[in-house]
Write a protein that binds this ligand. Structure first.
Ligand code: NAP
Length: 238
């Protein structure tokens, strides 16, 4: 196995939403690369980070808690945030706003969401994704999910002059890493056709984006690098 590049030595990263599945993969990748890691997650979920005890600092708070975010991002070179549209109280947009308001000037800000988010309206969605979004919109009546909040959050990010990247995840699956996912600017581009990424590789992309200047102010839609459409694209390019 190739040695993991120690790109994070001497740098501090804050992971907002660290206790979720994606969050914990990001913590692992960041530690593997030598970053000092600070995590934020709901108080009741702090125990999910027990495996990292002694290796990371954890702030137990809702991720839209402005005071907690202000403390957590202090001195951080980068902030990686999991945007989720839970509840009807602007959780995703409150989280994004707090991160952008309090992150250090010039910090790399990397946010996660799904393919359904479009930066410029040029994405071409298949019927399945359209139906899932329509269903998610209806879910607001349950007061459990407000997908419009994720749109508000990402619009706010797209219009900011921070050094952001919004990583748009395909459908996800568990499993061993296949390496850094491929990406494209628009859903509908042939390389993305397979629509499947390993969750650990979604996290890998988020962490690698910290050091990738070409991703600043981009909203890459990602797909697993060993999926049929990614392999076909690589063969064509070769
Ligand atoms: N699932 C997919 O197939 C899929 C596809 C494309 C993109 N994505 C994107 O991938 C990212 C991670 O998604 P994931 O599905 O893999 O989930 P995940 O990593 O498990 O993250 C879920 C997050 O939501 C939090 N959460 C759960 N219930 C909550 C509540 N009631 N109130 C507040 N926070 C709550 C969790 O915090 P606790 O640990 O405190 O519960 C955790 O931080 C998201 O940005 C999502 O938009 C997901």
């Amino acid at each position: 196995m190739e040695p993991i590049p120690q790109t994070g030595v001497g740098k501090k990263v804050c992971i907002v939403g660290a206790s979720g599945k994606l969050g914990r993969y990001m913590v692992r990748h960041a530690l593997d690369r030598g970053y000092e890691v600070v995590g934020v997650c709901r108080e009741k979920s702090v125990h999910k980070l027990d495996e990292f005890a002694g290796r990371i600092t954890v702030h137990g708070a809702r991720t839209d808690d402005r005071a907690a975010i202000e403390r957590a991002v202090d001195g951080c070179d980068a902030v990686l945030s999991v945007l989720v549209p839970w509840g009807v109280h602007d959780y995703a947009s409150g989280t994004a706003k707090a991160v952008m308001d309090f992150a250090e000037p010039g910090a790399r800000l990397v946010f996660s969401c799904g393919w359904h988010i479009s930066r410029d309206g040029e994405d071409k969605y298949k019927r399945g994704i359209k139906a899932a979004v329509a269903f998610a919109k209806l879910m607001k009546i349950t007061r459990l999910v407000d997908i419009a909040d994720q749109y508000r959050a990402t619009d706010m990010i797209f219009n900011s002059d921070t050094r952001w990247t919004v990583v748009r995840g395909s459908d996800l699956e568990e499993g061993e890493s296949q390496g850094l996912p491929v990406w494209s600017r628009h859903v509908g581009d042939p390389v993305l056709e397979s629509n499947l990424t390993r969750r650990t590789d979604f996290a890998l992309f988020m962490v690698a984006a910290i050091e990738d200047e070409s991703l600043v102010r981009e909203a890459p839609a990602i797909n697993g690098r060993l999926t049929p459409s990614a392999l076909a694209h690589a063969a064509e390019a070769a």
